[in-house]
Design a protein around this ligand. Structure first.
Ligand code: G1P
Length: 297
C-alpha cells in the first residue's frame, strides 16, 4: 500500500439533465468553457498533481468523451500544413497516450459512491483521487496538487472543502468539524445533503477527493443513503468511525459549480476574462451591459 496518489477516477456517467436539451447528444462534460471542454480542465488538474492513470466511469451515450481524448491524425496533419502551431499544441494536449485512460461503465445510476466502486478493480490498494468535472476550480496552484501535498503529511482521506451559506447545505456533503489547523479541517463526521437546520456545520465537500482503498470495501456493501443512492460521503464517514483520519482541505482558489446554469455562466465569464486574447473586447462588452443596466434602473 502506498500513500502516493497516481490514479484518478472521473465519474462521468451522469445524465446532465440540467443542461437539456444540449445534453441529448453531448455529454455535459463536453460543454466548453471558452474553447475547452470541462473534462479537459479536470484532466489538466490531475496531470498537474502527478496523476498518471485515469479511470473514467462512464455510461451509455458518453462516447464523445472517448473520441475527444483519441488522437486525430487527419486534423493534426491539416493544422501542420496550415502552420497553425498554437492550435496543434492544443490538440496535442487533448490527446491522451494509448492506455492512459481506462473506461468502465456504470450500468445503473445508483449514486456517486456506486460510480467510484465500479472502478475498484483498476484502483488496487493505493490511495487514489476522485475528480468531479462539474466542479471547476481556478487556482494558482491547481487544487488537487495542493491536496496531494497536504495529504503526504496527513495520510488517510481528504476532501476539498469550502464554506457555503447555511441555506445551501442540502446541496452538499457537510463536515462535522473536530478541529482546524491552517487549511486542514479534521472531520468528526460527514453527512450528505443535510437540511440547513440539521447541518453540523456549513463546511461543504467540493468535488476533489483523495481516498484510501478501504473506502471501496465500505462501498461494496451497497448501503443506500440520502436520496436512496450509494453515497461516497457515507463511505468516507465510515472511515472516521473506524478511527482513520479524514480531513477537509480549505483549498486556495475559486470554485465554479458548472453543474448549474448560473455557475457555468459565471465560469464562462471568469475564464473569458482570464484570456489574453479575449480580455479587452470581452470586458468592454460586459462594462457596456452593466452600464446600460444601471441607466435603465
Ligand atoms: C456530490 C457529492 C456531495 C458534494 C458535491 C460537490 O453531490 O455527493 O457530497 O458536496 O458533489 O459538488 P452532487 O453535486 O453530485 O449532487
Amino acid at each position: 500500500m502506498s500513500n502516493r496518489v497516481r490514479t484518478a477516477v472521473f465519474p462521468v456517467a451522469g445524465l446532465g439533465t440540467r443542461f437539456l436539451p444540449a445534453t441529448k447528444s453531448i455529454p455535459k462534460e463536453m460543454l466548453p468553457l471558452v474553447d475547452r471542454p470541462l473534462i479537459q480542465y479536470a484532466i489538466d488538474e490531475a496531470r498537474a498533481a502527478g496523476i498518471r492513470e485515469f479511470i473514467f466511469v462512464t455510461a451509455k451515450g458518453k462516447s464523445a468523451l472517448e473520441d475527444y481524448f483519441d488522437s486525430s491524425a487527419e486534423l493534426e496533419r491539416a493544422l501542420e500544413e496550415k502552420g497553425k502551431a498554437d492550435l496543434l499544441a492544443e490538440v496535442h494536449n487533448s490527446t491522451m497516450p494509448s492506455g492512459a485512460i481506462a473506461y468502465i461503465r456504470q450500468q445503473e445510476a445508483l449514486g456517486l459512491g456506486h460510480a467510484v466502486w465500479c472502478a475498484r478493480r483498476l484502483i488496487g490498494d493505493d490511495s487514489f483521487a476522485v475528480i468531479l468535472p462539474d466542479d471547476v476550480i481556478s487556482a494558482k496552484t491547481p487544487c488537487l496538487k495542493q491536496m496531494v501535498e497536504a495529504h503526504a503529511e496527513t495520510g488517510g482521506c481528504m476532501v476539498a472543502a469550502m464554506d457555503v451559506p447555511r441555506e445551501q447545505t442540502k446541496s452538499y456533503g457537510i463536515l462535522d468539524i473536530a478541529g482546524e489547523q491552517g487549511r486542514l479541517v479534521r472531520a468528526a463526521g460527514m453527512v450528505e445533503k443535510p437540511a440547513p437546520e440539521d447541518a453540523p456545520s456549513t463546511m461543504a465537500v467540493i468535488g476533489r477527493y483523495i481516498l484510501s482503498a478501504s473506502v471501496l470495501e465500505t462501498l461494496g456493501a451497497g448501503k443506500r443513503g440520502a436520496g436512496g443512492e450509494i453515497q461516497l460521503t457515507d463511505a468516507i464517514a465510515a472511515e472516521i468511525d473506524h478511527g482513520r483520519p479524514v480531513h477537509g482541505f480549505r483549498f486556495d482558489g475559486q470554485r465554479f459549480d458548472c453543474g448549474s446554469k448560473s455557475g457555468y455562466l459565471q465560469a464562462t465569464v471568469a475564464f473569458g476574462l482570464a484570456r489574453d486574447d479575449l480580455r479587452d473586447e470581452f470586458s468592454a462588452y460586459l462594462a457596456g451591459i452593466a452600464g446600460s443596466q444601471r441607466a435603465a434602473e
